[in-house]
Design a binder for this molecule. Structure first.
Ligand code: NAP
Length: 279
């Protein structure tokens, strides 16, 4: 079987193309879809992500607002800022860039986001809706993973999917989405024993570990589908690409895999939120 490199840029372009008509329509009725990003502190990686999201909005004729708060910001002040954005009718999506400084109660801040503007599925209500299989805005990276599998017509029903990572924004929601799509799902984490043995049984592997080049080709079953959601310093994923490429039936590269689809999905959710609030 021919090995497939799963190209995220093509999928992201298709998502962006599908949004143009509705953005034009919303603008014609005086609504400019607007994403507000909230960045606390000066983490350089977060700065880059926020800038990328703002630029992506501009390219699609959407608006973005960037709220920058100092690293000394307290939880109450951050929540107040989020509430102001909730009450601002010109803002349709709110993204609080993770991670926030450790003295802040990040969960409390996420929970302050109005569910109608929770375009990255970070509230407990948004996560619950994803897990139950309804709701408009699953977390963007999990949704991007499902989208690339759909685009390349990779069967999920009845397959064994192994997700490595259980974070609230990635590992857990993607496990729920795969389960809803009738995969048999195993979710692994830092306390999992015998990870390579579990991965040997996987038809689909999702790497969401936050450790560069962590997943090794020798751990995989021949022909498995490898989705690398990781993004680490130096543009490397959580998968050891060279060794996994040899064994995989299909694999996402980093960069150019899940990352661009995640951003396109965030914009799509923002446009959908603007539609929901105005049409
Ligand atoms: P995170 O919150 O740090 O979670 C990492 C997960 O990996 C945890 O559940 C942890 O287990 C698990 N883990 C750590 N070491 C492990 C080990 N040795 N064996 C098995 N599991 C292990 O990270 P995250 O926010 O989910 O992000 C994960 C990756 O995705 C990062 O590379 C991040 O940059 C990337 N990411 C990419 C995008 C994108 O747009 N492409 C978006 C978001 C995140 P415990 O729960 O037991 O600690």
């Amino acid at each position: 079987m021919e090995k497939i490199i799963l190209d995220g840029n093509i999928v992201a372009q298709e998502i962006r193309d599908s949004m143009k008509e509705i953005i034009d329509f919303l603008r014609s009725i005086g609504v400019i879809p607007c994403l507000a990003t909230v960045l606390v502190g000066d983490n350089p990686a977060s700065e880059t992500y926020v800038k990328m999201k703002g630029n992506a909005c501009k390219r699609l004729n959407m608006k973005s607002i960037r709220v920058q708060l100092s690293k000394e910001t307290e939880t109450a002040e951050l929540i107040e800022t989020i509430k102001e954005l909730n009450n601002d009718n010109s803002v349709h999506g709110i993204l609080l860039q993770h991670p926030v400084p450790s003295h802040i109660d990040e969960r409390a801040a996420f929970e302050a986001i109005d569910i109608r503007k929770d375009v990255d599925g970070v509230t407990s209500a948004g996560y619950g809706q994803t897990a139950f299989g309804f709701g408009d805005f699953p977390s963007c990276t999990p949704a991007a993973i499902m989208k690339i599998l759909e685009y390349y017509q990779i069967p999920i029903d009845g397959m064994h999917a192994v997700v490595v990572g259980r974070s609230p924004i990635l590992g857990k929601p993607v496990s729920a989405l795969l389960l809803n799509a009738n995969a048999t799902v195993t979710t692994c984490h830092s306390r999992t024993s015998n990870l390579p043995d579990i991965l040997k049984q996987a038809d689909i592997v999702v790497a969401a570990v936050g450790k560069p080049k962590f997943i090794q080709g020798s751990w995989l079953k021949q022909g498995s589908i490898v989705i690398d959601a990781g993004y680490n310093k130096g543009n490397v994923g959580d998968v050891d690409y060279d060794s996994c490429f040899e064994v995989a039936g299909a694999i996402t590269p980093v960069p150019g895999g899940i990352g661009p689809i995640t951003i396109a999905t965030l914009l799509k959710h923002t446009v959908k939120a603007a539609e929901g609030m105005n049409i």
